[in-house]
Design a binder for this molecule. Structure first.
Ligand code: EPZ
Length: 416
């Protein structure tokens, strides 16, 4: 089990490049299942979650070739529309093969993803949408089993905003007979990136980025090349790391346009932020002001940045009130931050974070991807050494993490 050792106190400065977005690449790679022609994706991040999905696609019969950040998938030979429990349990986003498999093959057996540390994570909306499109869907023995001769366009209203639910149904609708309208759709930039990729492959989609997406089904999709958008959560994570250390960093290959809510909060905290076409620069004050926030679907403050902001608030001036409205159990980083000396009180889905003058290094444990990121941010500013255990969570979502941090002057090393 790898660990990360961080010596606190370094002020981050310098420049690093941001990688492609994990949460755009995952659905986009699944879109290759929709066509018999090869599809090429660039700016695909090298992450464990991506490797897991590529293994799953290979198991189904997809020919996978990867060269640096370029991935080419050829799904012409897919003969096994099944996603096994063994594969899906390690990476919930595998559920994203469901829509494409049903659309292309008329049948799919995909293991229920099951919960994860941050919540139950049901997929009832994915199923409800496929049923609205005419699929016969059974959930038995832990698997979602969907069958239909041909999907029909339908009007679908999701009970809540669901990112992968919107993505699954948008992909399924591409090959359905007639028009599908998804109302209450997720507006996340990753949904838009997927829609752009599908349109490049010949799909007819309008409205992505809004809460009503219209898809006109077509007979088949064709090959295309698509560049994955930059990772806005990786961007926000490094901005927080720089902010909490009084740093001055420039992040390239990324865009501020998907991070308005996060950048507003960092400016409220006292940071000076300048944005260029594909770069962001942050200069931090000596000490941040506490900033309260409430997570909600895009374009509001992203739940995937909540843990990182709890960490920067732990040493800020004042008290922050953090409300998590998306997941039912996404405060597990709080007890670990308390081990470092943070003053945090949890009341249901609200955390009260009272800034302290200083955190002190300790051994802490990562519990999920973004919680691990918050422990790194806290370790960068804690006095002495912080050891973070179970950092396989980090490797799922942050490419070349310690080398990027070291490039910014952090004193960090990995212990295998
Ligand atoms: C996506 O998860 C992201 N993952 C998550 O990022 C992100 O936190 C989340 O969206 C919210 O922005 C990927 O894109 C691969 P949801 P997803 O469906 O799609 C409930 C990370 O750290 N819900 O938008 O699974 C659900 O329980 C990960 O990169 C249902 O009840 O999230 C949650 O409370 C973590 N039934 C809420 O809706 C459903 O059928 C939003 O979930 C679907 C969702």
């Amino acid at each position: 089990m790898d660990k990360l050792l961080i010596e606190g106190g370094a002020r981050l400065s310098g420049e690093i490049a941001i990688s492609g977005a994990k949460n755009a690449a995952l659905p986009i790679l699944c879109a290759a299942l929709l066509t018999t022609e090869p599809v090429t994706f660039t700016n695909v991040p090298r992450l464990n979650d991506i490797a897991t999905l590529l293994r799953l696609l290979e198991q189904m019969g997809v020919k996978v070739s990867r060269e640096a950040d370029v991935v080419t998938l050829d799904a012409s030979g897919v003969d096994n529309p099944v996603a096994s429990y063994e594969m899906v349990k390690t990476m919930r986003a595998s559920i994203l093969v469901l829509g494409p498999l049903v659309a292309r093959f008329g049948e799919a057996r995909v293991s229920l993803p099951g919960g994860c540390a941050i919540g139950a994570r049901p997929v009832d909306q994915h199923i409800k949408g496929l049923q609205a499109m005419g699929a016969d869907v059974k959930v038995e023995h832990g698997y979602v089993h969907a069958k239909v001769p041909k999907l029909k366009g339908a009007r679908i209203f999701t009970d809540m905003v669901t990112v992968t639910g919107t993505e699954n149904l948008m992909m399924a609708a591409c090959l359905a007979d007639g028009e599908t309208v998804i109302e209450n759709a997720a507006r996340e930039p990753e949904v838009v990136d997927l829609a752009n990729c599908l349109v490049a492959m010949g799909a007819r989609i309008s409205g992505a980025g809004g809460d009503v997406i219209r898809i006109q089904g077509v007979a088949a999709l064709h090959s295309a090349t698509h560049r994955v958008m930059p990772d806005r959560i990786e961007t926000g994570t490094y901005l927080c790391a720089a902010a909490v250390t009084g740093g001055d960093v420039r992040l390239t290959g990324t865009s501020a346009s998907y991070l308005d809510a996060v950048i507003d909060k960092l400016m409220d905290a006292g940071c000076d932020i300048t944005t260029e076409r594909d770069a962001i620069r942050l200069k931090a004050p000596q000490r941040l002001n506490a900033v309260s926030l409430r997570t909600a679907p895009y374009p509001a403050f992203p739940t995937d940045m909540q843990a990182q902001f709890m960490a920067i608030n732990a040493v800020a001036e004042g008290t922050a009130v953090i409300r998590e409205t998306i997941f039912e159990n996404r405060f597990m980083h709080a007890v670990e931050l308390q081990r470092l000396g943070a003053d945090i009180k949890i009341d249901g889905n609200t955390a009260f974070v009272k800034g302290v003058a200083r955190l002190h290094g300790a051994t802490v444990m990562a519990t999920d991807l973004r919680a691990s990121a918050s422990l790194i941010i806290a370790g960068l500013v804690a006095e002495g050494e912080t050891t973070i255990e179970r950092i396989y969570h980090l490797d799922r979502g942050y490419e070349k993490l310690e080398s990027k941090l070291a490039a910014l002057g952090a004193k960090v090393r990995r212990l295998s």
